[in-house]
Design a protein around this ligand. Structure first.
Ligand code: PAF
Length: 275
């Protein structure tokens, strides 16, 4: 496996890499990322991963500074997973000057859910992903469903800007107790880690109730938020939405997903389940 710190070096390698599947990450990798790397291998001759903690997608007061940087351990995991190339630029490579040309995602897609609580977040994600796609020029790019709204925004960006890449979604990988794997789980204390699977449990109850025919979505959302609050969480939202655009469901036969974000102590966790 080769590690590239410059755009020139990555581009030279890409030229002879055949069909490429690309998995962008911010590092601090866990089994969820590695599952995505293995899935990527099924789509291409060569897998290219990137590791870059993207300042543009963090708001003031968020965890950009304390986000774990674990390049050496990450590269060992990537090599074992059969990744061919890692693009690990630093900020002087990705943003040699302030990034003035940026992607502005559709307001309807980013003023809701995560976008309401993290203004500017998806613009930062879309800008770095567009730049990474331009650098790597992959045939396929993979993103996890754990960040469901991110996947929706990026799929729409690729379609509306006619980018020559196929987006593939990876299923969320969970610990045995149901907690969705996330780099941010490392922030949890032992006590919080024991409580954390309740986010998945509460979502599963909403999913099961809707599947069983309970269509009072507002009641289900409100009860689920109240249960988390009673357990000491500070929920930002629990919402049943259409999968396609994450807008409120209008028809009972819409394909749905229930999404949640809630703070446990200092750590903000997100999760979702398709219904
Ligand atoms: O999902 C992530 O880790 C990041 O948002 C991404 C897609 C690598 C962009 O920085």
């Amino acid at each position: 496996m080769q590690i590239h710190h410059t755009i020139e070096s990555l581009r030279a390698a890409r030229a002879s890499a055949g069909k490429v599947a690309f998995v962008p990450t911010m590092g601090n990798l866990h089994e969820g990322h590695i599952t995505l790397m293995k899935q990527a291998r099924e789509h291409a001759d060569t897998v290219i991963a990137s590791i870059f903690v993207n300042r543009l997608q963090f708001g003031a007061g968020e965890d950009f500074d304390r986000y774990p940087r674990t390049l050496r351990a990450d590269c060992e995991m990537l090599e074992a997973a059969g990744v061919g190339h890692v693009f690990a630029p630093d900020e002087t490579v990705m943003y040699p000057q302030p990034q003035r040309y940026v992607v502005q995602p559709a307001a309807a897609h980013v003023s809701i859910l995560e976008g309401e609580f993290r203004p500017g977040h998806f613009g930062g994600v879309a800008t770095v992903v567009l730049k990474l796609l331009n650098i790597v020029q992959p045939d396929v790019a993979l993103f996890g469903k754990k960040d469901y709204q991110q996947l929706m925004v990026l799929s729409n960006m690729v379609r509306e800007l006619a980018l020559p890449v196929e987006i593939v979604a990876g299923d969320t990988v969970r610990a045995a107790d149901g907690l969705a794997l996330s780099s941010r789980n490392g922030y949890l204390s032992a006590e919080e880690r024991a409580e954390a699977p309740n986010l998945h449990r509460v979502l599963a109850r909403v999913r099961d109730a809707v599947r069983a025919g309970d269509h009072d979505l507002l009641k289900l959302e409100t009860e689920a938020m109240a249960e988390l609050a009673a357990r000491g969480w500070v929920p930002d939202y629990i919402a049943v939405r259409r999968r396609a655009d994450l807008q409120p469901a209008l028809h009972l036969d819409d394909a749905l997903v229930v999404l949640a974000a809630a703070k446990l102590g200092r750590t903000r966790l997100i999760d979702n389940l398709e219904i």
